[in-house]
Write a protein that binds this ligand. Structure first.
Ligand SMILES: NC(=O)c1ccc[n+]([C@@H]2O[C@H](COP(=O)([O-])OP(=O)(O)OC[C@H]3O[C@@H](n4cnc5c(N)ncnc54)[C@H](O)[C@@H]3O)[C@@H](O)[C@H]2O)c1
Length: 386
């Protein structure tokens, strides 16, 4: 297949690009390198030394003989270039990662809220609108987040995207299937809930074939492809704004910095290893919706954990202490989370579990690169309420 990966330079995008290329697909990256520019703005680099795009692509060609094309464009602003690219390349599928993805970054200031909304909503809409204008039948696979559901499910196992309901009309109840009610916890998550409405509209109105993946918090760094050469290494964010919780704990453990648990650590979240992320995306591309089918929605998660339990596991593995700090976020102090994920399991996903992968991650990445850590960037700076 020919696949365009929007956001293919990022943490999830880069290993996905390599995985799809290795599997024999023709892969094209589109990215405006905005995440690298945010590194400069935040004065904090990836813990792992990521190579410039030119070196990444040259290394992949040297190691595998495969060519990946790269286009530097802003998907949220360059509508005509997106359209021309689709018409020229005629891809079978698009994977859409090209959004500002950190909840804390989206809550830092009015400017960052506005940037996140402009960037994410326009990027998603431009891609959908360009597919319609191109007249091509392109399957879109989008990375959404578990955060669209909110984290209080009132004892219900959160279904995969849709909820079967009965609507009382007069004396009767009418059966209906609706999008699970959105309950976003940040501006970033709000953009993802609005993406879902764009998908519903373009699916209903224009028959676009769309798969929306509600992904959990991603942990881990490398995949079998990114370890083939030092220049292929994936990024690893450890700072208080962009670092995902488990990667932050692994890094903190490596430098013996007490683990920064927010509040009681009673928040339960869903997780997935980066190696499973790339496999899920391949499975989603290989199993597109039929023409006329509603948007496919999958929960892309493999396990759920309470944050204080994660801290305990990392603490027991490494001997580092746990240090609860004031929660900068506005969220429930404690929540249960039970999530349905049988669709990917039924397609053959065999998850990497936390217990298998954690120690390797501490040694291979966090220990190896700990000297690159800037201690001043560890604590969160962004607050939900001023
Ligand atoms: N990392 C996680 O834990 C996680 C969890 C759930 C969902 N997701 C979703 O997966 C997707 C990818 O996340 P990630 O962790 O790889 O983020 P990332 O920031 O590392 O990667 C996003 C990439 O998109 C690019 N990009 C952003 N806006 C763009 C634009 N307007 N035009 C072109 N390129 C643009 C960035 O430069 C970057 O390379 C995001 O949409 C995110 O919401 C990530």
């Amino acid at each position: 297949m020919k696949v365009i990966v929007f956001g293919g330079d990022g943490f999830c995008g880069w290993p996905t690009v390599l995985h799809l290329s290795k599997a024999g697909n023709e892969v094209i990256i589109v990215d405006n390198l905005s995440r690298r520019k945010i590194d400069i703005e935040l004065e904090c680099e990836s813990l792992t030394p990521i190579s410039p795009m030119g070196s990444r692509l040259a290394a992949w060609k040297e190691v595998t003989g495969k060519t990946i094309k790269f286009f530097n464009m802003d998907v949220s602003k360059d509508y005509v270039r997106v359209l021309d690219l689709l018409k020229d390349e005629k891809p079978d599928a698009i994977v859409h990662f090209a959004e500002q993805r950190a909840a804390p970054y989206s809550m830092r200031s009015p400017r960052d809220k506005i940037y996140t909304v402009d960037n994410n909503l326009n990027a998603t809409h431009n891609i959908l609108c360009a597919i319609v204008e191109s007249g091509l039948d392109i399957h879109v696979v989008h990375l959404g987040t578990m955060g669209v559901y909110g984290y209080t499910s009132h004892g219900l196992k959160i279904p995969e995207g849709y909820l079967d309901v009965k609507i009382p009309v007069g004396e009767k109840d009418i059966d209906s299937r609706i999008l699970y009610p959105a309950n976003p916890g940040s501006i970033y998550h709000t953009t993802k809930t609005q993406d879902a409405l764009f998908f519903q509209f373009y699916n209903n109105n224009d028959g676009l074939r769309i798969t929306d993946l509600h992904q959990g918090v991603v942990w881990g760094t490398n995949t079998p492809e990114t370890i083939l050469d030092d220049r292929l290494i994936n990024r690893f964010d450890y700072d208080g704004d962009y670092g995902t919780v488990l990667n932050r704990f692994l890094m903190q453990a490596a430098i013996d910095y007490p683990l920064t648990v927010y509040g009681t650590g009673g928040q339960t979240r869903a997780f997935i290893h980066i190696q499973d992320t790339v496999k899920c995306i391949e499975l989603a591309i290989s199993n597109p919706p039929e023409k006329g089918e509603p948007v496919h929605i999958y929960n892309q998660v493999t396990e759920t954990h309470r944050i204080r339990d994660l801290a305990k596991i990392v603490s027991e593995l490494t001997g580092v202490k746990v240090n609860p700090i004031e929660n900068p976020r506005f969220e429930d102090a404690e929540n249960e989370l039970d999530v349905e994920n049988k669709q990917f399991l039924s397609l053959g996903l065999n998850p990497t579990t936390l217990t298998e992968g954690l120690l390797e991650e501490v040694h291979e990445i966090a220990q190896k690169y700990k000297d690159r850590c800037d201690w001043d960037k560890i604590l969160p700076t962004s607050k939900w309420k001023v």
